[in-house]
Design a protein around this ligand. Structure first.
Ligand SMILES: Cc1cc2nc3c(=O)[nH]c(=O)nc-3n(C[C@H](O)[C@H](O)[C@H](O)COP(=O)(O)OP(=O)(O)OC[C@H]3O[C@@H](n4cnc5c(N)ncnc54)[C@H](O)[C@@H]3O)c2cc1C
Ligand code: SF4
Length: 322
């Protein structure tokens, strides 16, 4: 591993003041330190932001503010989160292992990098790691990569489960940085790859995530479902965060976000539009899922994700129908 300097930030403004070329923030280190060991990340300086006073979960009126340094395990166990946003708790608990969740922070989880095998192997080209070097995944190992919103430059998926639930909940990401403070609505934090796959998010250099804020939970029943190759300790092949509000047999509200299918959590707006106001039936859910997946562009070895996503949407919404 390349030698680096370590410093602990005293405050969010101190962290931002220390930012600059070659500097990276350190959360729980469960992704970044792995990437440093692999030579994928090579910071000169690490600024530890995991012990900043950003570790509270607080009610703010009818909203919930979750500090960026809250550990994933504390988030999933929080009584307010479990009572008001059970889908978020389920999403977090479906990720990684107990040990990893004890270390991992909210901000670090959102900013974890793709698990594309070529990205993690510095002996191979990869447009995300080395812009302009090519994307071997397109003709190679892409079973677990994107079917929606992909580009010719990159077909990676974003691996966070938490981000999918936050996208369905219309969460807001609070950021402070050299350019000041701002609020980024989810799912807008993560980008599609386009011709700049080296940029995972819309964050600017030195931006520090300070909190995630949740609006009141949407009415209706909610669920997070994750299809993976084994029952635990595996990233999603496809996942879904869904909320369904049915009144007198008709759908009054619907939120659907998908994970494992794109470079960003995928808010299924077309499916939502097709479902809201219509009957809560399997046929209607199937037509909506097909409308959403119409724009899928699978590769030869990940085409299975399209029917998987379709069936997951239909099955989950049927389960949520009273
Ligand atoms: C074996 C294994 C299995 C896993 N399985 C899953 C899974 O199934 N689902 C899932 O969702 N995740 C999974 N994970 C990923 C895990 O959730 C992430 O490693 C973790 O959430 C990252 O959090 P961290 O605090 O350790 O981040 P770090 O590794 O410390 O940082 C990650 C990135 O975030 C940046 N960063 C950290 N804090 C801030 C901040 N406040 N502001 C701006 N930038 C910041 C860092 O600079 C770095 O770029 C798995 C991890 C492992 C090791
Ligand atoms: S899919 Fe993206 S991350 Fe994977 S090799 Fe291609 S450019 Fe790199």
């Amino acid at each position: 591993m390349k030698t680096f300097e370590y410093a602990r930030a005293a405050s969010p403004s101190d962290a931002v003041r220390r930012s600059g070329p070659g500097v990276m923030y350190l959360g729980g280190g469960t992704n970044l330190v792995d990437l440093m060991r692999l030579g994928v990340a090579q910071p000169d300086h690490l600024v530890d932001v995991s012990r900043l006073p950003l570790d509270a979960i607080e009610q703010a009126g009818d909203r919930l503010r979750i500090g960026a340094a809250v550990r994933n395990s504390d988030l999933a166990a929080d009584p307010l989160v479990r009572a008001r946003y059970p889908m978020l708790a389920r999403a977090v608990l479906s990720g990684a292992s107990g040990q990893v969740r004890n270390m991992a922070t909210v901000a670090g989880n959102l900013l974890q990098r793709t698990r594309c095998a070529y990205f993690q192997d510095v002996s191979r080209p990869c447009n995300k790691r080395r812009p302009g070097s090519g994307c071997p995944a397109i003709d190679g190992d892409h079973e677990n990569l994107a079917v929606l919103g992909r580009s010719d430059a990159c077909v990676a998926t974003h691996p966070s489960d938490m981000a999918v639930a936050l996208a369905a909940l219309d969460a807001e990401v609070h950021v402070t940085g050299p350019g000041g403070d701002r609020i980024i609505p989810m799912p807008g934090l993560h980008r599609l790859p386009g011709d700049a796959p080296e940029r995972d998010t819309v964050l600017e250099p030195g931006d520090l995530i300070t909190a995630v804020e949740l609006p009141p939970p949407p009415p209706g029943a909610s669920a997070y479902r994750k299809v993976r190759e084994r029952a635990s300790f595996a990233f999603a092949l496809v996942s879904i965060a869904a909320v369904l509000d049915v009144r007198d047999g008709a759908v009054a509200g619907c939120r659907v976000a998908l994970g494992g299918v794109a470079h960003a959590p995928w808010r299924a707006g077309r499916a939502e539009q097709a479902i809201i106001g219509g009957p809560a039936t399997g046929e209607a859910f199937l037509a909506a899922a097909e409308a959403e997946l119409d724009e899928a562009r699978p590769l030869p070895r990940n085409a299975f994700k399209v029917p998987l996503a379709r069936n997951l949407i239909v099955r989950t919404l049927e389960e949520l129908t009273p």
